[in-house]
Design a protein around this ligand. Structure first.
Ligand code: PMP
Length: 454
């Protein structure tokens, strides 16, 4: 019989059909609410990627609290997706909710600092390192603005990114390798007109020789990378990779930009702190303010000095950076509450322990069923990959993806009460995720595998 990722395809298809039916039959209210909204939203959804979840239709959410979501059909679901990291510290963490209530009566946006601004800045430096900070609303924007600075201070044109990377909808990083080692614009981009390879060069992750060859050209302003590739399955850096990146960027005069948006799962201060990296620029978004749309980007004193120079020497007019509602008082209130009371050593200890339990449980199930799969963990972030590992780079990660298997598993897990991230197999353990929730996810995963490979 035909197999896919070690599973019989006929069994997989039958399972997928059964689980889709089960989902749809159990959620008539969600189906009705969505049909009603569909007449108003483009393509039926308020954000196009909502249409990419694998269920026959979406569950409509009534409430999310802690690590649990309740939909309008009355299902309580253990949430391991956690807004794809936006809610990594749990939904509506109490100190953040309190800060929101307090600020709610004091203005939502006014283009001036609030009484929380100084303390939020101090906490950022205490947690992440002595960077000079700026605020944005999304990690996408933070990366875009940081890239402008990198180009401005180096006077160079290109950003080096890794094949298969994702840093948000940042045009500059939307390049890929074409199979012959050439950097090209990603083929799927809508309405694209510029050749993005003019401003970017793409190299495989873990390929220091490739990085050096690219840097030698002398036109690279910065290397922009996640410490771990988290958007291409999950690809860990090999021993010495980060040291090599730091040495090479210094040697060839390029800045090192670390995007911690997902790897904040690593522990207090992110992967940078935990593994003593020393980037020139540091970017983090999503959950940094506990779920309030906020991102921050910072630079070392040296880059800040060069930035001031570049700024003093430019023509007057718009810098191309900044958005009106950024640096609003709600962001400072939430940053302050989250950094001081939610993102704590104790919270990370709980996340680490739970994620370790989850990772071991999934591994055991995979081994019991003799599947050629593997599990990767970066602190609170766990991912199972339906292919052998470890993966070395984006090219390998691209072939490891098994969309049909993953979609069936995701719907099966949701029917058993666990929500994991769509598009890949990512699960986050929050400071309020309970052992019972983790064990239920492991048991469901095992039950599904028993069904698929008896
Ligand atoms: N950086 C990384 C590493 C990301 O994974 C993402 C989004 N998944 C972003 C930046 C962009 O975040 P946002 O969509 O909130 O702008």
């Amino acid at each position: 019989a035909e197999t896919i990722a070690g599973l019989r395809k006929d069994r997989l298809d039958a399972f997928a059909a059964r689980e889709a039916r089960r989902f749809a039959q159990g959620r008539p209210k969600s189906a009705e609410a969505q049909a009603e909204a569909a007449g108003f939203w483009l393509g039926g959804v308020p954000m196009h990627w909502m249409a990419d979840w694998p269920m026959p239709h979406l569950p409509v959410i009534a409430k999310a609290e802690g690590a649990r979501i309740t939909d309008i059909d009355g299902y309580q679901v253990d949430d391991f997706c956690l807004g794809d990291t936006g809610s990594m510290f749990g939904h509506s963490p109490k100190p953040v909710a309190k800060a929101i209530r307090h600020q709610a009566r004091r203005g939502l946006t006014y283009m001036l600092p609030s009484s929380d601004t100084a303390e939020a800045g101090r906490l950022l430096s205490e947690r992440f390192g002595p960077f000079r900070w700026q605020i944005a609303t999304t990690a996408t924007d933070a990366n875009r603005f940081a890239l402008r600075v990198a180009r401005a201070v180096t006077g160079r044109r290109k950003v080096l990114v890794f094949n298969g990377c994702y840093h948000g909808t940042v045009d500059d990083a939307m390049v890929t390798l074409d199979g012959t080692g050439r950097t090209i614009t990603r083929p799927g981009l809508l309405g694209q007109f510029a050749d993005l390879a003019e401003g970017a060069v793409c190299v495989e992750f873990n390929d220091l020789a490739g990085v050096e060859a690219a840097l030698k050209a002398g036109d690279v302003a910065a290397v922009l990378t996640e410490p771990v590739m988290t958007n291409s399955c999950m690809v860990l850096p090999e021993a010495g990779f980060h040291d090599g990146l730091r040495q090479l960027t210094r040697h060839y005069g390029a800045l090192l930009m670390i995007d911690e948006t997902h790897t904040l799962s690593s522990g207090l201060g992110g992967y940078t702190r935990v593994h003593s990296l020393s980037p020139d620029m540091f970017i983090v978004g999503k959950c940094v303010a506990g779920g309030m749309p906020t991102a921050v980007w910072g630079m070392t004193d040296d880059v800040a000095r060069r930035y001031a120079e570049a700024n003093a020497n430019r023509a007057s007019g718009h810098s191309g950076m900044g958005t009106t509602l950024s640096a609003n008082p709600m962001q400072f209130a939430c940053l302050r509450a989250n950094l001081s009371e939610v993102m704590t050593e104790k919270a990370y200890a709980h996340m680490e322990k739970g994620a370790d339990r989850l990772s071991h449980g999934l591994w055991k199930a995979i081994e019991r069923h003799g599947l050629p799969w593997h599990v990767v963990r970066v602190g609170a972030r766990v991912e199972f990959i339906c292919a052998p590992g470890p993966l070395k780079n984006g090219a390998q990660a691209a072939t490891a993806h098994q969309p049909a298997v993953e979609a069936a598993l995701h719907v099966g897990l949701l029917n058993r009460g666990s929500l994991i991230a769509p598009f890949h197999n990512m699960m986050l353990v929050s400071p309020v995720t309970k052992k019972g929730q983790i064990d239920r996810l492991i048991a469901s995963f095992d039950e599904i595998l028993s069904d698929l490979c008896p």
